[in-house]
Ligand binder design. Structure first.
Ligand code: FAD
Ligand code: NAP
Length: 537
């Protein structure tokens, strides 16, 4: 929509991943004028960029997809329990085409600033192409895991071979055949890619700083019967997911860990082990609260892992001891630990012998030099806040979001920010975000924002702004809830520990997906309690 010479929209959405695409569809359906800016040349977000070998979802495909349209979920057919990156990207492109979303998106356009005009309550959004558009609302669907971290290792730039980051993988793929490859990092990205790189490479050296818990995915093709059944019962599956702690249709064992008999405990852990992956941390409801309960899960885990690693010394290095199980996201793997039984794979604990430098020939630790042809950085992200920090977001009185957040992110519900009226975040800090199935989470946020805008329009309000009290209380509540769990015991990216100098703050709402949704609904039903609704000047 145009007003005068400047381009004007009701809503500017930044990002065309799962969150931004649904926002475009939803707001458009609502009759709003919407423009999406996307830095990449294509839709997909996470699934456009993270093309490393072995990249897959760790929430089951049947759940990790849009629920808002039964037509979509009936028409699309997933082929595997955990879909590959390629299949997920294919799905997202298919949705974008089916809903005719592309005309609403400007690709190759990175938003560099968003500046509020307090007199008009309009945001001026500028891209790196020099375009500025004006809108009533800005929705940042920029992703919690969209700013890759490159470690500051001396000499990295002098390496004579190829360097790849898992989050910026070449689209043409990489052939490691007959190459000597080093992988730095053993989080989810490293754990998924290492087994496949090992199959190709002549030699693979894995540089592990902190061992991680990883549970086998148990991935497999979905059978025709499973697909038919899932499609026929999607309503129930989704209902259970919306009422769950993490956005998947699985419920914890009815007893607390230590109330169960040893046999019941073992059977419950075994059942979750067979389910596969990250949900192992939700076997019992108290597993992430009570260290004794957690230790039971850890012991079961340790037994499983030791059984598949040939060399006890290697097992010793691979089994985590520094944090309770589940306090960092459990990785979901296929043959990760077995990979270290291969003769062409070497595990180097850089906790014991730190990386000192990288030179033209390879990686030097305090005890050895490893000659390499290629280095894979599986070193993660400046999560939750890193991408927003790159945008010059200026609110009331010239306040910059990055200054306001210098001691940690400040939001109410992970949706609104005090001092930044009509700016919404999708899956921002202060929400469950990455602790939940992120597709449903994005849907919930977009739905809430859509309802809020409709409420403003129906009642003649120009703007909505989180109050500072609500933000302070929410931060306190998020901290209290986190402190009541075992999560703060880990040096995870949830607390920003992976980024040197980042304030250590637990950046997520940990009280569970359904509880969070209830709180968001209560706020809305109470006339957006905790937000100021402002009439036009
Ligand atoms: P993203 O997909 O990150 O999209 C954000 C978009 O915003 C990007 O396209 C980016 O280019 C764009 N953008 C950012 N800044 C700007 C700017 N300034 N201007 C213009 N555009 C901008 N979650 C799960 O729940 N289950 C999983 O199985 C799962 N697997 C994952 C696997 C990997 C490898 C990774 C990295 C993450 C995974 N996640 C998973 C989390 C995942 O990020 C979310 O599930 C989801 O894809 C996020 O969608 P989004 O739209 O919020 O953000
Ligand atoms: P990550 O979990 O942050 O892991 C990064 C790894 O790099 C860690 O092992 C870290 O060690 C290591 N590292 C970082 N800097 C290093 C350095 N200078 N020297 C040595 N090691 C270094 O990142 P990620 O693996 O990309 O995963 C991030 C998140 O994305 C996941 O938790 C998950 O939410 C999502 N994800 C999901 C999947 C999936 O299975 N669907 C796959 C990939 C990603 P330390 O632990 O010691 O810091």
């Amino acid at each position: 929509m145009s007003s005068g010479t400047e381009c004007y929209f009701d809503v500017i959405v930044v990002g065309a991943g799962f969150g931004g695409l649904y926002a475009l569809h939803k707001f458009r359906q609502q009759g709003l004028s919407v423009r999406v800016f996307e830095a990449a040349p294509e839709v997909g977000g996470t699934w456009y960029f993270n093309r490393y070998p072995g990249a897959r979802c760790d929430v089951e495909s049947l759940d990790y997809c849009y629920s808002f349209s039964d037509e979509l979920q009936q028409e699309w057919t997933w082929t595997e329990k955990y879909a590959t990156q390629a299949e997920i990207l294919h799905y997202i492109k298919w949705v974008a085409d089916k809903l005719d979303l592309r005309p609403g998106i400007t690709f190759n356009a990175r938003v560099i600033s968003a500046v509020l005009d307090e007199d008009t309550m309009r945001w001026a959004v500028t891209t790196d192409n020099g375009e500025t558009v004006v809108a009533r609302f800005v929705v940042m669907a920029t992703g919690p895991l969209s700013s890759a971290l490159t470690p500051d290792i001396p000499g990295l730039e002098t390496f004579g071979g190829k360097i790849y980051h898992t989050a910026h993988w070449p689209h043409e793929g990489v052939d490691f055949t007959s190459k000597r490859v080093g992988v730095i990092g053993t989080g989810s990205s490293g754990v998924q890619s290492i087994p496949i790189i090992a199959e190709q490479a002549a030699q693979l050296v894995v540089f592990q700083r902190t061992p991680n818990y990883s549970v086998p995915a148990g991935n497999r093709p979905l059978t025709a019967e499973e697909i038919t059944h899932a499609k026929a019962t999607y309503d129930t599956r989704r209902r259970m997911s919306w009422r769950s702690g993490g956005g998947s249709p699985h419920v914890a064992h009815p007893k607390l860990t230590m109330e169960a008999t040893p046999e019941e405990r073992r059977a419950a852990f075994e059942e979750r082990w067979q389910l596969g992956g990250v949900l192992f941390s939700k076997t019992f409801a108290d597993q992430m609260i009570d260290i004794e309960a957690n230790e039971e899960a850890r012991k079961f885990y340790e037994g499983k892992i030791r059984a598949v690693i040939d060399d006890p010394e290697v097992a010793e290095l691979l089994i985590p001891r520094d944090h309770p199980i589940g306090t960092k996201r459990i990785c979901t793997d296929t043959n990760y630990f077995q990979t270290f039984n291969r003769p062409n794979v070497t595990l180097v604990s850089v906790r014991k012998t730190p990386i000192e430098s990288i030179d033209s020939a390879g990686v030097a630790t305090t005890s050895a030099h490893y000659d390499l042809d290629a280095i894979v950085l599986a070193t993660g992200f400046d999560a939750m806040t890193g991408t927003l920090a790159k945008i010059d977001i200026v609110g009331r009185n010239g306040q910059k979001l990055s200054d306001d957040w210098v001691d940690g992110p400040r939001t109410f519900l992970g949706l609104g920010v005090d001092g930044f009226p009509n700016l919404f975040l999708v899956s921002g800090p202060g929400a469950p975000a990455v602790l939940a199935n992120m597709v449903l989470h994005a849907e919930a946020h977009v739905q809430w924002i859509s309802d809020a805008i409709a409420h403003l329009d129906q009642h003649g309000y120009a703007a909505i702004e989180a109050t500072s009290d609500a933000v302070e209380n929410w931060i306190a509540e998020c901290n209290q809830r986190a402190d009541a769990t075992l999560f703060p015991r880990a040096n995870s990216w949830y607390v920003g520990a992976n980024v040197p100098g980042k304030p250590r703050v637990f950046m997520l709402f940990i009280g569970g997906f359904a509880t969070y949704l209830d709180i968001c609904a209560e706020v809305a039903n109470a006339g957006y309690k905790g937000f100021n609704l402002l009439k036009a000047l």
